[in-house]
Design a protein around this ligand. Structure first.
Ligand SMILES: NC(=O)c1ccc[n+]([C@@H]2O[C@H](COP(=O)([O-])OP(=O)(O)OC[C@H]3O[C@@H](n4cnc5c(N)ncnc54)[C@H](O)[C@@H]3O)[C@@H](O)[C@H]2O)c1
Length: 351
């Protein structure tokens, strides 16, 4: 594990209960964080990324650093011949993402990327409903992520407001990965973006009250055209104090689908047909999953010589869609998305 910050606790919980994963070493720029995480997992502390990736008992590197160094850490792991699974986004630029994927191909190692939440029963039950034709032909989707900003609760929130952050690159991976699972890849985008506040204030932890600059768009709205023709409407915002908006809905020629929060593995899926909303029983996806399920699947996929589910190809396409949406917003026009990906395989009910 490289990076033992806020999110690392969720991975430690998952690693502790999955036999496929054993945490052998932890490193962090802050040695106290590495020591605490290693202590919880019975792992050793490595003094640096270079030391960690060189260890014989490291088969795969779990990259939980901040977005600005995701690619750098991934490339170090790959150069040492190790598989890598990282937090989202895959990288902060298309060039970084392409470099990571190219290096992995050359080295013959796997790259997996969060979010693995979309492999859970929430998104996957909804996806099965789409595939089974329960709403007819998909026509449209909406995806809304609205918050006043993560600085309210995160003690080191600056990275959310630097390149690689912002509501789209931070939370967009959940929503866009879910939309790609539900409706397939995106071919064209348009949108608009704004930065209403030039500064933010840390709301918790030892530095509470400190102000810091905002370097990215904090309110992003867009329209995505999927290869199959469906149109998704998006709002990703760190500028909305409260809203009654649903997370994701998919609307088809024969009905509508309420899809749960893609930042979680589970949640109610609701189908509207014949005049009323009805809950759908869980029918697909990993039951009882947690952050790290995608890494466990990657480990199993290496052993079984099959593709892994939390694919970097999807993450690279999602990153490209997000960056193209921001380009379109800044240029006030609609733009084609240069990349594509296979619609990910459905996940049968597991566990
Ligand atoms: N906090 C959350 O709720 C949350 C949820 C889901 C995903 N994520 C993602 O997880 C990642 C980490 O987020 P976080 O909230 O844990 O951040 P954090 O700032 O709390 O932790 C990141 C850790 O990485 C370490 N680090 C940074 N650069 C490093 C380097 N070069 N070498 C070694 N260690 C390094 C930092 O010292 C820090 O301890 C981000 O990509 C974020 O988008 C966070």
């Amino acid at each position: 594990m490289v990076g033992a910050g806020k999110i690392s606790g969720q991975y430690l919980d998952t690693v502790a209960r999955l036999d496929a994963l054993r945490l052998t070493a932890v490193t962090d720029l802050d040695p106290a964080r590495a020591k605490e995480a290693a202590g919880k997992a019975g792992a050793e502390v490595a003094g640096s990324v270079a030391e960690l990736v060189a260890r014989d008992d490291v088969d795969a590197v779990l990259n939980l650093t901040i977005p600005a160094v995701h690619a750098e850490v991934a490339l170090a792991a790959i150069a040492a011949g190790k598989h890598v699974y990282g937090e989202k986004p895959l990288a902060t630029t298309r060039a970084e993402a392409a470099a990571v994927l190219a290096a992995a191909r050359t080295a013959g190692v796997r790259v997996g990327s969060a979010p693995d939440t979309v492999l859970g029963t929430g998104t996957q039950t909804a996806r099965k409903a789409v595939d089974d034709g329960l709403i007819g032909t998909p026509v449209a989707a909406t995806a809304f992520m609205t918050t006043a900003g993560h600085e309210a609760w995160h003690p080191d929130p600056e990275f959310y407001y630097r390149p690689g952050g912002g509501p789209l690159l931070d939370m967009g991976p959940y929503y866009l990965s879910a939309l790609v699972h539900l409706l397939g890849p995106v071919v064209r985008v348009t949108g608009a973006a704004a930065t209403p506040r030039a500064e933010r204030e840390i709301g918790s932890g030892p530095r509470a009250g400190q102000r810091f600059p905002v370097e990215v768009d904090t309110h992003v709205t867009g329209v995505l055209q999927h290869a199959g023709g469906a149109l998704s409407t998006l709002i990703m915002s760190f500028d909305i104090h409260a809203a009654h908006l649903p997370r994701i809905e998919v609307h088809g020629t024969a009905g509508s689908l309420g899809v749960p929060d893609p930042n979680g593995f589970e949640g109610p899926v609701e189908l509207f047909t014949a005049g009323s909303w009805q809950p759908l029983p869980v029918s697909a996806g990993y039951r009882g999953a947690g952050r790290g399920t995608g890494l466990a699947d990657l480990a199993a996929a290496v052993a079984d010589d099959r593709p892994h589910l939390a694919s970097a190809d999807v993450a690279e396409h999602v990153l490209d869609v997000m960056l193209t949406l921001l380009d379109a917003a800044h240029e006030s026009r609609s733009l084609p998305v240069a990349s594509s990906c296979e619609r990910p395989a459905p996940v049968p009910l597991t566990g």
